[in-house]
Design a binder for this molecule. Structure first.
Ligand SMILES: [Zn+2]
Length: 329
């Protein structure tokens, strides 16, 4: 296997993360995080990515020596839907960008070859390569954040499907007459259990008369409630926040039970900020999966939090570059 580095880029609805990942696998030698500010447009976000990548490259070379030629390429993870062949971002409900040639823009500006894959696929691949799914043959990843993403790995390869959309767990229907989703459908998993929708459900409960210290935590401005404040209230023993988190766990459990029955994975790795809720999330989530999915599938499947934290997307994006360009032995 070749020595050297790959720049991993994780474009999220909230944050941009850029890191330098060793080709052989390992934690990033240098990493930068910045807010996405998606409303300024895709060009401005790409400029930020390129600036952060140049900083990361410089810092890595200062720490480890060598020249710029030890950087072999860039792996990019972006929200989709994407045209993987052309390297295009087709449409992003959570960013508002359309028909944008993100792979070639970043590749040209950095002067490095680049690969593109879906952000959730990259986080899934990172956890499979170096994290909680290491050594498994059949893995599903679930990313909880501004949106909900998913990824499927079979025999060490990401499953892309006929047009690159495989694994879009967040936009599977769990209630066919349910809440409107950013994608236009009704009753998607994401419309209930993404960070902003956890906050929205907590707010709606208070507006309907549930008593909660959440109102005090945001000084009465309910629009300031986030998934994080719901978690803070839960830790302080707030019953409304506990009920919202329990319902979130059951909703995610229903969504993951569908994945378990459809794909029969050895492990489901759940990543993202909401996993900080720990057992408050995972204990009821696992029992909901047990209640719904086939026993023989449930017994073969671990449901665990990711091990790579916020770096999963960056590590996985770099890992996809390593795999796609044949740098692996
Ligand atoms: Zn949807």
């Amino acid at each position: 296997m070749r020595e050297g580095w790959v720049v991993g880029v994780d474009i999220g609805g909230t944050n941009l993360v850029v890191g330098a990942v060793p080709v052989v696998g390992g934690p990033p030698a240098a990493i930068r995080t910045d807010t996405t500010r998606s409303q300024r447009g895709a060009d401005a976000a790409v400029d930020d990515v390129v600036r952060m990548a140049n900083e990361v490259i410089e810092e890595t070379l200062e720490l480890h020596g060598g020249g710029r030629e030890s950087f072999l390429g860039v792996g990019i993870g972006s929200p989709g839907p994407l045209d993987l062949e052309k390297g295009l971002l087709i449409e992003t409900p959570n960013l508002g960008w359309k028909n944008y040639p993100i792979r070639d823009r970043i590749s040209d500006l950095l002067g490095l070859p680049a690969t593109l894959d879906n952000d959730a696929n990259c986080a899934t691949y990172g956890e499979w390569w170096l994290g909680a799914g290491k050594g498994t043959r059949c893995m599903a990843g679930v990313t909880l954040g501004t949106g909900i993403g998913g990824g499927l790995i079979l025999d060490g390869k990401l499953v892309h499907g006929a047009s690159g959309c495989a694994g879009e767990l967040g936009h599977t229907t769990i209630d066919f007459t349910g809440r409107r989703c950013a994608c236009g459908n009704y009753g998607c998993l994401e419309a209930y259990a993404s960070g902003p929708n956890i906050a929205a459900r907590a707010r709606e409960g208070i507006e309907a008369g549930d008593h909660s210290i959440l109102a005090d935590l945001v000084d009465g401005d309910l629009s300031r409630i986030t998934a994080q404040t719901v978690y803070d209230a839960l830790l302080q023993g707030d019953e409304h926040a506990q009920a919202v988190m329990l319902e979130t766990a059951k909703i995610l459990g229903a969504g993951i039970a569908n994945v378990v029955n459809l794909f029969n994975p050895e492990v489901v790795v759940v990543v993202g900020g909401v996993t900080r809720a720990g057992d408050h999330l995972f204990t009821p989530l696992r029992s909901e999966v047990r209640r719904r999915a086939f026993d023989v599938a449930v017994r073969a499947c671990r449901i665990v939090p990711g091990e790579l934290g916020d770096a999963a997307g960056v590590i996985g994006a770099a890992g996809v570059f390593v795999a796609d360009t044949g740098l692996t032995p």
